[in-house]
Design a protein. Structure first.
Length: 156
């Protein structure tokens, strides 16, 4: 079986978004662009489907029109090794978008992302419920996740 390929529905800007994403992540590239022809529901020449590789994962964006909207019910998770990597991805993806809460942001194209340091996932999953709870409480006051204050809360 081939790997699954996520497809995001956009109302324009598919090419701009894909180019933006591949500029941020390693092992990323535009694979191909299929364009609308004459008589299509969108202007001829506009990107219909952009197929791209994002950090090694094949993805697609369909420029399908205004019928469906992106929602935070679907998000892409960016696991980060450390605070520096977290800061870098957060700054790039949130530029022109909206910082939400608890490591979530919406980029300028309307796609929701979770930028999460590996250590945060470890703290929240700790079997000691009190320690994990303190880390969760600290996280609830943040937009971008900050490891050091969460670690301090976690350790009590």
């Amino acid at each position: 079986m081939s790997p699954l390929v996520p497809c995001l529905w956009f109302n324009g800007q598919a090419e701009d978004a894909a180019n933006f994403y591949v500029s941020i992540f390693p092992d990323s590239a535009i694979l191909d662009v299929t364009r609308y022809g004459e008589g299509a529901p969108m202007p001829a020449g506009e990107a219909m489907v952009v197929r791209f590789r994002l950090n090694g994962q094949e993805m697609m964006i369909l420029n399908g029109g205004p019928h469906h909207q992106l929602t935070p019910a679907f998000s892409l998770i960016v696991p980060c090794r450390d605070q520096a990597e977290t800061d870098r991805y957060w700054a790039a993806l949130s530029e022109g978008g909206e910082e939400v809460a608890c490591g979530w942001l919406t980029d300028r194209f309307g796609v929701s992302w979770q930028v999460v340091p590996d250590e945060v996932r470890q703290m929240l999953g700790d079997p000691d419920k009190a320690r994990a709870g303190r880390a969760m409480e600290a996280m609830m006051s943040m937009k971008k996740l900050e490891i050091a204050p969460m670690r301090r809360a976690f350790e009590g």
